[in-house]
Design a protein around this ligand. Structure first.
Ligand code: FES
Length: 161
């Protein structure tokens, strides 16, 4: 197994070990650390975490696969997460999703060939009052309109060229 926590994450892990009385509590923070380190949660990283937490790889998989914020396959540099839950749906999230799909020429669940963008449909992002809500990596876009999406995608294309 070649994956292991980098120095920073190993230090965080050691701190969390001291903070929580039950090692089970470390599952979610460790999955976040893996995702920030690797960009996604691969089978290899799940095995690593299982060993570290004294769990089975299936225990890790069952948690990682339950939450839509964990990526079980590689995602683009910019992961565009479109909320598909009720408030956002009533406020036009389907049209926003279609607009992004048209702009990027991919469907939700896919990535552009250059792995710059991924579109992901997710459950409630916890920002229902500002629906429709879109989250790009860790940044929320609220009361999202197609025009806002255009400006953001134009900006991201400009900055990352
Ligand atoms: S329903 Fe979309 S953020 Fe809650």
């Amino acid at each position: 197994m070649s994956f292991k926590f980098n120095k920073e994450n190993e230090e965080k892990f050691q701190k969390l070990l001291r903070r929580y009385p039950k090692i089970d509590s470390l599952m979610l923070p460790c999955l976040w650390m893996i995702q920030h380190q690797e960009g996604w949660i691969s089978p290899e990283t799940m095995e690593y975490l299982a060993e570290k937490l004294n769990k089975s790889p299936m225990d890790v998989y069952s948690v990682a696969s339950f939450y839509t914020m964990f990526h079980l396959k590689p995602v683009g540099k910019y992961n565009i997460q479109v909320c598909k839950t009720l408030s956002c749906m009533l406020r036009g999230s389907e049209d926003i999703k279609k607009h992004i799909e048209k702009r990027l020429k991919i469907k939700a669940g896919e990535s552009t060939q250059d792995m710059k963008f991924t579109i992901t449909e997710v459950e409630c992002l916890g920002s229902c009052g500002t629906a429709p809500c879109v989250c790009i990596n860790d940044d929320y876009i609220q009361n999202t309109t197609p025009q806002m999406i255009d400006e953001i995608l134009d900006g991201l294309n400009r900055w990352s060229n």
